[in-house]
Design a protein around this ligand. Structure first.
Ligand code: ADP
Ligand code: MG
Length: 314
């Protein structure tokens, strides 16, 4: 091996905003057959915003949702918390957990202490949302899968609303307590400006492009419809992403590109993992290369750099 060529490759990657964590990328990336991209936060900006609230008491619903979401570091959670704060909402003060096993120990990031008494306790992060106790009532915030598995009924009105939001390319976030969904938040997510040219460049390079997403159905349609995208695997939970990557590896060499903490296992399971630096730190830790400035088009550049580098090394 010629370390100089590798050093030059690392330098070239850095110039396009990619930190190389493992030199094996120069060896493996040129041979990649399948590039699997996560959707939320990877193909999309991950900077989500709440654009609508449908509930009998929207303010109460939002405050309740935010009380749980402050313990999650998912992009959806950040959107809900920011929106509630922007509306000046503070969850109604009640007795927070006093058993020491409450929110401070909850999964996810414990946001800085605020000036209100935390109404949430026993908060538990899930791949598709958050569950916990708010003001003494079992509360669930998340997608329809979560409501089904938690056994909360979703009235027709909110089912239809969720369909409309998803059909418009948004993420419907259901909020419920006491056995029933009581409202839906519309959260929108914007595809990154460079997603189109990125998947096109990868496909033109002869690689198969697939999309993995935890979202169910319609939100992934615009990616499914793109000629460069071979397949979209929707409704895939994090452990499902690992299983999908493993299945794809039976067909060839696989690179996984993801941003979230929940993508970390799939990044590790792929032949090469590339992280888009984002909300959580776990993806970057699991990855062989990290895109630091959120430019997705650095990914095809990284493939070119790796190919050129390997040619010089050999
Ligand atoms: P992707 O695989 O596209 O990156 P995720 O697996 O991160 O998506 O999330 C899948 C879906 O689960 C989200 O679109 C959202 O509906 C739901 N979800 C995940 N985390 C949360 C949360 N903290 N609050 C509400 N919904 C969530
Ligand atoms: Mg993601």
């Amino acid at each position: 091996a010629t370390p100089l060529a590798v050093a030059a490759g690392i330098q070239r990657a850095a110039e396009s905003g990619v930190v190389v964590a493992s030199e094996t990328i120069f060896e493996v990336l040129p041979d990649v057959d399948v590039v699997a991209l996560d959707k939320t936060g990877t193909l999309t900006s991950g900077e989500m915003t709440v654009t609508g609230v449908d509930a009998d008491d929207g303010e109460h619903l939002l405050a309740r949702a935010a009380a749980l979401e402050r313990y999650s570091n998912h992009p959806v959670a950040d959107a809900v918390v920011a929106f509630a704060a922007g509306e000046g909402l503070r969850p109604a003060p009640e007795n927070p957990a006093t058993d020491g096993g409450g929110p401070a120990e909850a999964t996810g990031r414990n946001r800085e202490a605020d000036d209100w008494d935390d109404p949430a306790s026993s908060v538990e992060g899930r791949p598709t949302g958050v569950v916990g106790t708010v003001d003494g009532e079992e509360t669930v915030v998340g997608n329809r899968d979560l409501f089904e598995s938690e056994g909360l009924a979703v009235p027709e009105r909110f089912e239809e609303r969720a369909d409309t939001i998803a059909g418009d390319g948004g993420v419907p976030v259901l909020v419920g307590w006491n056995g029933r969904c009581r409202g839906v938040l519309a959260v929108t997510d914007r595809p990154r400006d460079d997603w189109d040219e990125t998947v096109t460049a990868l496909a033109d390079d002869g690689r198969s492009v697939v999309v993995l997403t935890g979202d169910d159905g319609a939100a992934a349609d615009r990616f499914r419809d793109h000629p460069a995208v071979d397949e979209v695997f929707a409704g895939v939970p994090p452990d499902g992403k690992v299983a999908t990557v493993q299945r794809l590896r039976a067909q060839g060499t696989v690179a996984m590109v993801g941003d979230g903490d929940n993508d970390a296992p799939a990044l590790a399971a792929a032949d090469v993992g590339v992280a888009i630096a984002g909300s959580g730190g776990l993806a970057a830790e699991a990855a062989d290369a990290v895109v630091t400035d959120g430019r997705l088009d650095a990914v095809p550049v990284l493939f070119d750099v790796a190919t050129a580098t390997r040619r010089r090394v050999r």
